[in-house]
Design a protein around this ligand. Structure first.
Ligand SMILES: C=C(O[C@@H]1C=C(C(=O)O)C=C[C@H]1O)C(=O)O
Length: 186
């Protein structure tokens, strides 16, 4: 009989769970939001590519971090901890933007053909900030236990990267965006 098709390279968690695939475990919801923010980075890159807007905007970064510190206080999260976490989110976004700029420069046929509005994208990022801070608050207990936190972050990153079909660039951004999650609050 004919040889069956090759096994899939990665487990499709959709078929296991029977529902929308999400990063697993205690840090799954936080990691899901981190991935959403990383993917918004693609939109940011598309809005800036071929324009005068630079990848790095220190004024906007300061506004984001100011919003974060104020809202952290209101959500019961340490403002310094929240600030460190969001600095990593900003770094991750710039990794994605630079990676896509490089890709689109060497492969212009892959460059986006429409240019989304940066102001609208930033409103989307501001909404994600609120949700991320809620998850930072909700996960304080598990993040305070270094060993189980590390296990949960590995599980969430692995399953999140697989279910969202992240490429090497976006996986690198995910690693950067989550590398302090288990050290925060110490
Ligand atoms: C996302 C943007 O690009 C960069 C990343 C930022 C972020 O992740 O919040 C903020 C400013 C920029 O340095 C943006 O310009 O809005």
């Amino acid at each position: 009989h004919p040889v069956s098709a090759a096994a899939p390279a990665a487990v499709d968690f959709r078929s296991v769970a029977g529902g929308p695939a999400k990063p697993l475990g205690a840090l799954g919801p936080l990691t899901d939001l981190v991935i959403q923010r990383i993917l918004v980075g693609d939109q940011v890159a598309a809005s800036k590519f071929g324009t005068d807007s630079p990848i790095e905007d220190p004024v906007r970064e300061a506004q984001v971090l100011e919003q974060v510190r104020a809202q952290a206080d209101a959500s019961g999260v340490d403002p310094d901890e929240a600030g460190r976490f969001f600095s990593d989110q900003i770094t991750a976004s710039k990794i994605v933007q630079q990676g896509l700029f490089d890709r689109w420069t060497s492969h212009p046929e892959e460059a986006p053909t429409t240019r989304p509005d940066l102001a609208e994208i930033r409103e989307q990022l501001d909404r994600l900030t609120v949700a991320l801070l809620d998850e930072l608050e909700r996960t304080q207990a598990v993040r305070g236990k270094p060993v189980s936190c590390a296990v949960q972050q590995s599980l969430a990153n692995l399953t999140g990267a697989a279910t969202e079909h992240l490429d090497a660039l976006h996986r690198r951004a995910l690693t950067e965006a989550t590398h302090s999650v288990c050290r925060l609050g110490e």
